[in-house]
Write a protein that binds this ligand. Structure first.
Ligand SMILES: [Zn+2]
Length: 388
């Protein structure tokens, strides 16, 4: 499954054709789309959404007709976009190349998506993404003989991956999650993100081979001072990390230099080393940009997040054993919440990728119908979508 081969090339061409078919028209159609698609449906006041179509048309009857057609067109377009994006992400996951899909979307169509899907200003979380339930699961060491209760054996990890598969849940990358949190763009119907902290040797020996076997992406958070060392537990070497980052399934995050228990009491100079120098070391050793940070013990404050911004990280992961929440309920992209692996089963049972794009439109037209009785004929062309 991880070898792309000829079939992937054929698939890629087919997907590329679909991609162009969907996004090129979108570029020309975007000025014609109703406001929630072309502009804000979250921050704008209800009045500004409701008044503009009637004001522009000059009569109620004309307004209904124009909106009915726009509704049908935009709804069909959004249905196509939703189905395409989900299909694209699923297909790239199947072929072990999730980053190919999301990278291509972001690099080639990022600005178009941002314009049309109304990205929320960084680092806030989009209102639609707050409706979804995406668990970010946190693992520590994977080793045959447990030393502490939160260690996981390779057999247990494989059971977890089988459970994920059996429940129809799709592991996603952190890039996919961050795009979703910024735009509200729907994820696969049941998404999950797997994270492994502290760069243990067991991550290379057991976790990585299992992730490859199942074609599942994951993020590994590394603190640089223990790379290659044996501290009673083995840690990954730079060579092993170089091998892992060449695989699109793997994302590396900085987890500081020395893994202090708490970043908050550190001096400014020490904090700069943990947050900024760790990024520089990883980038120099691995030859890739490091865009994510994981707070040691999940602890941070305003001074820490200010430095995370200044260092150029795009998002940061946290944890709080007493208040474990899905990603959409996080404070911001600078503190994405996680859930301990012991709660995987509950997390799987409730995972949901969020409302489809078409249901955003339903909310919009329901608002119009409530505002104007004459607009009720639009219900025929703007049927409510199933609730989730
Ligand atoms: Zn840690």
């Amino acid at each position: 499954m991880t070898n792309p081969g000829t079939s992937t090339k054929i698939l890629s061409l087919a997907i590329l054709a679909d991609l162009l078919a969907v996004f090129l028209p979108l570029a020309f159609l975007s000025p014609l789309l109703p406001e929630p698609v072309a502009a804000s449906s979250v921050s704008r006041s209800p009045n500004s959404q409701l008044s503009s179509p009637a004001t522009n048309s000059g009569s109620s009857a004309a307004s209904v007709g124009t909106l009915g057609e726009t509704c049908n067109n935009s709804e069909a377009l959004e249905e196509k976009l939703t189905s395409f994006v989900n299909g694209w992400l699923q297909a790239t996951n199947w072929f072990g190349k999730p980053e190919t899909g999301i990278d291509m979307l972001i690099q080639n169509f990022g600005s178009q998506l941002i314009n049309n899907l109304n990205s929320t200003p960084w680092p806030d979380i989009n209102g639609r993404a707050r409706l979804a339930r995406v668990p970010v699961i946190m693992y520590h060491d994977i080793l045959p003989k447990k030393q502490v209760f939160f260690d996981v054996t390779p057999e247990e990890l494989e059971q977890h991956l089988r459970l994920i598969q059996a429940n129809g849940v799709t592991p996603i990358s952190l890039d996919q999650l961050v795009t979703h949190l910024r735009t509200g763009l729907p994820l696969p119907s049941k998404p999950i993100l797997l994270t492994f902290d502290d760069g243990y040797g067991g991550h290379y020996d057991y976790a990585y081979p299992l992730l490859k076997k199942y074609g599942y992406p994951a993020i590994f958070s590394i603190y640089t001072s223990n790379v290659g060392k044996n501290t009673g537990r083995t840690h990954v070497t730079w060579q092993q990390l170089q091998q892992m980052v060449a695989d699109p399934l793997v994302t590396i995050a900085s987890h500081s230099v020395t893994h202090p228990l708490d970043l908050r009491p550190l001096s400014n100079n020490q904090l700069i080393i943990e947050v900024m120098v760790s990024k520089q070391i990883l980038e120099a050793q691995l030859g890739i940009p490091i865009r994510y940070f994981t707070y040691p013990s999940g602890k941070y404050d305003q001074r820490v997040t200010n430095l995370i911004r200044e260092a150029g990280y795009q998002a940061a992961l946290t944890m709080n054993n007493l208040d474990e929440r899905n990603a959409g309920q996080s404070k911001s992209l600078l503190a994405i919440d996680r859930i301990g692996q012991a709660k995987l089963e509950q997390a799987l049972a409730q995972a949901w990728g969020g409302p489809k794009l078409s249901s955003w439109n339903h909310v919009y037209f329901t608002q119009i119908n409530q505002e104007s009785p004459k607009a009720s004929s639009r219900e025929v062309s703007c049927q409510p979508h199933p609730t989730y």
